[in-house]
Design a protein around this ligand. Sequence first.
Ligand code: ZN
Length: 303
Amino acid sequence: MRVLIFCVAVVAATCAPLADAPRELPPSSAAAAVATQAGAAAPIASVAPPALPSVSPSPAPLPFAVPTGLPLAALPPVRFARPDPVAGARRIGIQAGHWLTEQVPADLRGLESATGASWGALTERDVNVRVANAVAAALRARGHVVDVLATAVPPGYLADAFVAIHADGEPSGRTRGFKIAHSAYPRSPHDVALARALAHDYGAATGLPIDPALTGRMYRYYAFAWSRYSSAVSPHTPAAIIEMGFVTNAADREVLLERTDQVVAGIVAGISRFLEAVPRQEVYPDDLVLTPWPPFTGRTTVP
Ligand SMILES: [Zn+2]
């Protein structure tokens, strides 16, 4: 009998790491937060990118219901200064979900044991790492600079796009499909476009069905939560999260393991579509003035 182990305490299907203990920034931290954003950009190599394939800049609306209009914290807004324009290749952060969870900072200590979904000896983490590295290689071949990121993302990470890669698991083995989300709370004005582009191309490339059961573990993903955690990307960085399919479902597993090239192609095409639709000079259009996320009210969990 196969033993199934799930990262999400079996209550939720998604295995995206969720925030546990909150770490709200006091208003006085605003200036420090801005300084972190400005200082977070690593040097970007000057590489002439090859021509990208022609892509439609207007994919269909996101077929997942990310909540809007959620109440925000009763705290003063925080201004994040527009990052200095940078030249050269586009920069993309690809996070391999659950990778190196033992290296999380103290405020994410609850994620140390969040090793992700599994099916027998197959772990979600290994699938995520394999796909993330292949996506990175494909994007680098197109002339982009790519950072493969672990569970602990660099504080204030600044890039043209950030995509967190996860896979799902649930006990019955029947649930299948992929889902994609952006933050439910205000961040980059381009979050929605990135999620829409990924959804458009991932579904087309893999033929996987949509799992409409989006969860707060995705749209409240800790790496989006700039006011809660040190290990969060800059709110200027367009960000999305994908659950590629269920490692616990035979049909999804066949796609993830035997047709990984289609999985990778879908993610690469979605990111490429987004980069073409949002050129470098438009990624950070202005200062962001954002009200902090609400305090985390759930009990501490270990996803
Ligand atoms: Zn996960």
